[in-house]
Design a protein around this ligand. Structure first.
Ligand code: ADP
Ligand code: MG
Length: 252
């Protein structure tokens, strides 16, 4: 039996701005199992980030349930949610979100700072290990503006890994990067997945999505396709059959 890490049931999200209502999610249900590698695709404005922010426990749905690692996160208050999030999720942003005047190593140590069971020495060792796994051990003492965009994103990936989360999530992780660097980042995700990490990424680029094994397509706040596939070759083939309109996906 495969273990379900993420289960969302009939999620709705309505943003209210004065009299205006934006229905960003309109009944989204999705299960993601341990070891899966899912790409969420769809045009700008289709609700991808809204879903991702809910999955990442950065926001709550207007209606519907979200189970993460067996827990209904709706039952948690703000502080409980923040703590649970820190333990369970590694989140990677398009803009890296690194602390500017802080070394790569210290940035990667951050998620462990709140865990009192981890000593300072262990924290450094684990951060170094994570930096090594993204090929940046030798840049541990560099601050973000001494690193290229791709390197900064690799630091962010190392930071997302350091506390062994049950799932790694990334919203448009290659959105600020050129094609070659994007592929290098996607290779890192692929390797992590091959070693057992569960990964969910958002992208609007088909050539980025083909690195994933499952493609979920959004349109107007709903999932219009969900193709779980078993091998990487199948994933590339399957992508060709998905009902993606030209406006849904732009290639770089
Ligand atoms: N904080 C917000 N307040 C109001 N509307 C929002 C907010 N965030 C997103 N939206 C709207 O919700 C819809 C879905 O947006 P989003 O989830 O960001 O889509 P995507 O990530 O696919 O581009 C869009 O119409 C967007 O304008
Ligand atoms: Mg978005």
């Amino acid at each position: 039996m495969s273990e379900t890490i993420i289960s969302v049931k009939d999620l709705f999200k309505i943003y209210r701005m004065g009299d205006l209502e934006v229905h960003a999610l309109r009944g989204v249900s999705l299960d993601i199992n341990k070891g899966e590698y899912v790409a969420i695709m769809g045009a700008s404005g289709s609700g991808k980030s809204t879903l991702m922010n809910i999955l990442g426990c950065l926001d709550r749905p207007t209606k519907g349930d979200y189970f993460l690692d067996g827990v209904n996160v709706n039952t948690y208050n703000k502080n409980q949610l923040a703590e649970f999030r820190g333990k369970k999720i590694g989140f990677i942003f398009q803009s890296y979100n690194l602390l500017a005047r802080t070394t790569a190593l210290e940035n990667v140590e951050l998620p462990l700072l709140y865990d009192r069971s981890v000593s300072g020495k262990d924290r450094k060792e684990r951060a170094m290990e994570a930096l090594k796994s993204v090929g940046l051990a030798e840049r541990a003492q560099s601050v973000p503006n001494q690193l290229s965009g791709g390197m900064q994103q690799r630091v962010a990936i190392a930071r997302s890994l350091v506390n062994n989360p049950v799932v790694i999530m990334a919203d448009e992780p290659t959105g600020n990067l050129d094609t070659k660097t994007s592929y290098e980042i996607m290779e890192i995700f692929q390797k992590l997945n091959e070693k057992g990490s569960t990964i969910v990424i958002v992208t609007h680029e088909a050539d980025i999505a083909q690195f994933a094994l499952t493609n979920v397509v959004f349109r107007d706040g709903k999932i219009i396709a969900n193709s779980a596939v078993k091998t990487r070759k199948d994933a590339v083939e399957e992508l060709k059959n998905l009902p993606i309109l030209e406006d849904d996906v732009f290639t770089i």
